[in-house]
Design a protein around this ligand. Structure first.
Ligand code: M6R
Length: 617
């Protein structure tokens, strides 16, 4: 949450414009206020305000700074301490307006530190935790005047999570970047410009060469160079490996689509095709670990958790062992007395930075050192990769829309590929049978392409038809409960409708009492072993006046005849395809949410109150 961008250069660059574009690419991390500080002739020039970046830019001309200034920091905020106001926007400065700080994270001991600094005469303007940092650095600089040492000593006093970028009016070419728990990446154009950012797409138009900061590392950025130190051993610089990022900049641009969410739904087929090529060695390694395990857990948050629910179902079919799915925020509480030795924990996260997940796996390793963490993430070098014994990187490419779409299908696909590796190793299925499952998986991109080509008008018609409804049920059985929950989450987050994604069978134990004439219920109905029973559930809702909208396969007859509207997924109605329906059915619900957001005048890329990466508890 919150996006940081900074650069120092020796070139003549429009640094205000670059910084503005940088934070726009990070806007998915938070969008309730923003600010830019530029260093110019031993002064710090600040522009900041509450609101979305584009609105503030219209008022303040965020890109207009003196053309010969060489250092800039920028920030887009998701408020934690203090409401989104101009005063609480970043950057925050010290008493003399010499030190500027932008921050992503939360300082836990800010109240004590603030009282200590106030007793020494420091005056605070905002309600934020961040503001203590420039004052702490200012206080430390009274001792020997060295900026790096003052930052190191300030950081040693701070508890909590932070990605920080700092500049000083009297250090004309320097940015200091520090991290603990909140991500921070340094990008470099050798000899010319050095960048720092919360995420790679922010500087992707300029460089693909970067360093990923680890916890308790500090980077001293100068124009075109960078040095790294450990906070707790800061006398000598340390070596770090440069990384080359393969992502193309097109992936982080809207490319003619009105919104990232729509573009990313249309990118699902290509994301799936790339993910299909994940090395079979790493899939096999995961399969072997799961085969040798006695106790297996799968954990994640939000959409990644629903991918976990679908994946757990597919893996269990071929593994023949129970896998317990636990939301990562509940992981420790639920397992504090029972996590077994040698337990295997599958951790799933698009960003690899979700703090509740990082805490869960860190706790698991501490509580049971023999536990093994195997992770699936979309981001190379993200925090989860440092806490994992084995990693698979999904190949969705950068996802900018706050609502996870293409990353969901690649997560389910990755879990399905692991399941098929298990099937091969266990040899419980005949080789030809396994090949039929592979064929069905390989067909998923084309099924989605066909669906997208032919169904947009139908989806828009359904959205208009349901325009007046505020509440919905998404009901399913078996593996499709994951689809119902994920589809429901999408509609909630982008269109602000209330949806209960629920088991169709369980819904008669209470939720059914809400149903009246015209109450919309979407049934997720692939032709699997739950199909006949689902018809019974559908009838229970239909006979109480529910408006039935069903997601079925192309040649479906029975549920189609019972429904008011059907959305038909162009896939064969066999068991090989049905088990992968979480991948092929979800685009329909993602699109429904997207067009519902437009219908109700919400920005689907920036849902209210949300940020894409949740790095606070
Ligand atoms: O980066 P992660 O996959 O760990 O994020 C988990 C959730 O915060 C995320 O999936 C969230 O629910 C999305 N906004 C859903 O669209």
């Amino acid at each position: 949450m919150c996006g940081i961008f900074g650069l120092t250069t020796n070139q003549n660059k429009p640094i205000g414009k670059i910084a503005l574009e940088g934070i726009k690419r990070l806007e998915y991390r938070g969008y309730d206020s923003c600010g830019i500080v530029c260093q110019y002739e031993s002064q710090l020039l600040v522009k900041k305000d509450a609101g979305k970046i584009e609105e503030i830019n219209k008022r303040l001309k965020l890109d207009e700074f003196p053309s010969d200034s060489k250092v800039v920091l920028a920030h887009t905020r998701w408020a934690t301490h203090g409401p989104p106001t101009k005063i609480n926007s970043h950057p925050h400065l010290d008493c003399n307006n010499k030190i500027a700080v932008v921050h992503n994270g939360i300082l836990e001991n800010f109240i004590e530190l603030k009282e200590e600094l106030q007793s020494k005469g420091h005056v605070f303007k905002s309600e934020t935790d961040t503001e203590i940092i420039p004052h702490l650095i200012e206080e430390n600089m009274k001792t020997n005047g060295d900026l790096k040492e003052a930052v190191v000593n300030a950081i040693k006093k701070c508890k909590g999570a932070y990605g920080l970028a700092i500049c000083h009016a009297d250090y004309p070419d320097t940015i200091i970047a520090v991290r603990r728990e909140s991500p921070l990446i340094v990008g470099i154009e050798e000899g010319e410009t050095t960048y720092c950012a919360s995420d790679i797409p922010a500087f992707l138009p300029y460089t693909r060469n970067c360093y990923i900061l680890e916890d308790d590392e500090i980077a001293i950025l100068k124009a075109g160079t960078v040095e790294f130190y450990d906070i707790y051993n800061s006398d000598f610089p340390k070596e770090k490996q440069i990384q080359h990022i393969e992502w193309s900049i097109d992936a982080a641009e809207k490319g003619g689509y009105e919104h990232f969410m729509l573009k990313e739904i249309y990118e699902e087929p290509s994301a799936l095709r790339r993910t299909m090529k994940i090395s079979s060695d790493s899939l096999k390694k995961f399969a072997e670990i799961l085969l040798s395990a006695e106790n297996i857990y799968i954990t994640a948050a939000g959409t990644s958790f629903y991918a976990a629910l679908a994946g757990k179902f597919i893996i269990t079919k071929f593994l023949g062992k129970y896998i317990e799915a636990i939301e990562c925020s509940e992981f420790k509480t639920q397992l504090i007395n029972s996590l077994e030795k040698n337990a295997i924990i599958i951790a799933i996260s698009q960003s690899g930075e979700t703090i509740d997940l990082i805490e869960a796996v860190r706790w698991a390793k501490k509580y049971q050192p023999s536990a093994r963490i195997i992770s699936i993430t979309n981001i190379v070098g993200s925090s989860i990769t440092r806490h994992s014994d084995n990693i698979i990187i999904t190949q969705a490419g950068p996802e900018i829309g706050v609502a996870a779409t293409k990353t969901y299908v690649t997560q389910v696909l990755t879990l399905a590929l692991i399941a098929l590796e298990i099937a091969k190793l266990r040899k419980i299925e005949k080789e030809e049978e396994i090949q039929k499952y592979y064929d069905a998986l390989r067909a998923t991109p084309e099924i989605i392409e066909n669906f997208l080509e032919k169904n947009i008008e139908l989806i828009k018609f359904i959205v208009r038809n349901l325009e007046k409804n505020l509440n919905f049920f998404f009901l399913a059985r078996g593996i499709s409960i994951a689809t119902a929950k994920e589809g429901g989450l999408k509609l909630k987050e982008v269109a602000c409708r209330f949806i209960e994604g629920y088991s169709a069978a369980h819904a008669k134990h209470g939720p059914i009492s809400l149903v009246r004439e015209g109450y919309p219920i979407i049934f997720i109905a692939p032709p699997d072993e739950t199909y006949e029973r689902l018809i019974g559930n559908l009838m229970e809702f239909k006979s109480r006046g529910g408006k039935i909208i069903s997601l079925v396969v192309e040649d479906d007859i029975k549920i189609t005849n019972l429904s008011d509207i059907t959305i038909r997924i162009p896939q064969p109605g066999d068991m090989y395809h049905s088990i992968f329906s979480p991948i092929t059915f979800i685009p329909a619900l993602q699109l429904l949410s997207y067009y519902a957001a437009l219908e109700h005048n919400f920005d689907p890329d920036k849902p209210l109150n949300l940020a894409k990466t949740v790095t606070v508890h």
